[in-house]
Design a protein. Structure first.
Length: 464
């Protein structure tokens, strides 16, 4: 059996070798998952699912340090932020257990017409079926939680394929679920290449497909789904921020710094395009650059590190190419702009890059924030909305009317007021629109999508 080498993004040191399974093993996983779903008498009762997830959270709580070190080592997110991810993941498991009781139907009124007399009707929610998930590298534990625990909580067998760069956290979590008492086969992890993973998309036995990754791959996979397979795709965004002259700089600058450079910008809702009114654009960009220049860049395992490496050396090459393109086209570099090493890139702030270069038109997924000066807010919002990607956005202002206007006009699934675009808690709805995705994430929302309604109508002469 072949293996993959999992290496540290910072220095490419070998962390682990993990067996790589092929098509036969993926089909076996599908056989097992489908067999479990077809056997309704063997479905896990809600109270047992709750107990399993409560034990899962307890085990994770005992292993916070272990989980943190593993996630940081393979993913490159700084130790401090990886610990925050682990705490979020534990809370996500608890949220899923709590939401099991919210998977409920409703009574449908009867007797409203002569034809509907003597009937009682209500809906109930059932597990949708086999769930297949393909995950991304940037939150190796928490994404696995959102794509597996939601299925387990909804009563669905789930198969997850982690990113090949960061499989260790996901596979460790699958083992924790088993340790917590989840019966064999209800959550299976498969580390495989893309060709084998495609079986998780095309197989008619898959009822729900969850994908987190690039738009190009996501939409291609959607086109290969079997008829009737429900899908959730989470792609990236090119997050815009509108800043008005009355914005509170004291709170805004730290917020934009965190939102733009957290995990070296490798977040689907990272602050990328900041549209600042011309009266404050110079001050904002200089203060943001000053804050970015103070960030500590380096080994993600060092507790002092604030910005870690990019996931692969080729991503550093790409970011460098895009930044150089913007500079050559007239963008002003206020800080950064250069690679530090094969794995790290300087936190970078660019002022007024042209609107047709790649840092203005594509998701950077790197530690780069662009600031644009505007005089007309509607024109700035028009530019913000002009791309195909629409995920999360934000506006900074003390004027509630301006804030509400921006919330209304910005094309986004969520607009943050006086906060950065990357804000998220795991119980809120989360997802992209248009090219940025389809379906809605968030623990409770995913669980709801992983169930389906069944209507029951009872006819009796004793019913009114």
């Amino acid at each position: 059996m072949s293996t993959i080498e999992v290496r540290s993004p910072y220095d490419q040191s070998l962390l682990s070798e993990i067996p790589l399974v092929g098509k036969e093993e993926v089909l076996q996983a599908l056989d097992k998952a489908y067999g479990l779903f077809e056997n309704q008498l063997g479905w896990i009762p809600p109270h047992e699912r709750i107990a399993i997830l409560e034990r899962t959270a307890a085990i994770m709580n005992e292993r916070i340090e272990e989980l943190t070190n593993r996630a940081a080592a393979e993913g490159g997110k700084p130790y401090v932020d990886s610990k925050a991810e682990v705490m979020r993941a534990i809370n996500g498991v608890k949220l899923a257990a709590e939401h099991i009781g919210q998977l409920k139907g409703e009574q449908i009124p009867m007797g409203l017409t002569k034809a509907s007399e003597n009937r009682l009707a209500f809906t109930m929610r059932e597990p949708i079926g086999v769930v297949a998930s393909i995950s991304a590298f940037n939150h190796p534990l928490n994404l696995a939680i959102h794509q597996t625990v939601t299925a387990v909580a909804a009563g669905c067998p789930v198969i997850i394929k982690p990113a090949l760069t960061t499989p260790m956290s996901c596979m460790a979590f699958v083992e924790i679920l088993k340790e917590a008492g989840l019966p064999e086969g209800w959550c299976q992890g498969v580390v495989c290449d893309n060709e084998a993973a495609e079986l998780l998309v095309t197989d008619a036995r898959v009822n729900y497909f969850s994908f987190i990754g690039s738009a190009r791959i996501g939409w291609m996979l959607r086109s290969k789904l079997s008829a009737g397979t429900r899908v959730a795709l989470e792609h990236g965004g090119v997050a815009p921020v509108i800043v008005e002259p009355d914005a509170d700089f004291e709170s805004m600058i730290p917020s934009l710094t965190k939102g733009g450079f957290y995990h070296a910008g490798q977040v689907c809702v990272s602050v990328q395009r900041v549209f600042a009114h011309e009266d404050i654009a110079d001050v904002l960009s200089s203060q943001l650059a000053a804050a970015a220049s103070k960030l500590v860049v380096g080994n993600q395992m060092d507790p002092k590190t604030e910005v870690g490496p990019l996931i692969l050396p080729r991503e550093v090459d790409r970011v460098e190419e895009w930044v150089n393109e913007a500079i050559a086209a007239g963008a002003k570099v206020l800080t950064g702009g250069k690679r530090i090493s094969d794995s790290c890139f300087e936190p970078t702030v660019l002022l007024n890059p042209p609107l047709d270069v790649r840092v203005s038109t594509h998701e950077i997924f790197g530690p780069v924030v662009c600031v644009y000066s505007y005089s007309d807010r509607d024109e700035a919002i028009g530019i913000a909305n002009s791309l195909e990607e629409h995920f999360q956005a934000s506006v900074f202002t003390k004027n509630i009317d301006v804030a509400m206007e921006c919330v209304q006009k910005l094309n986004a699934t969520a607009v943050m007021v006086n906060d950065h675009t990357a804000f998220r808690v795991d119980w809120m709805p989360f997802g992209g629109r248009d090219s940025s995705g389809i379906g809605m994430g968030g623990i409770g929302y995913s669980m709801h999508e992983m169930t389906r309604e069944k209507l029951m109508v009872i006819k009796s002469p004793l019913l009114q």
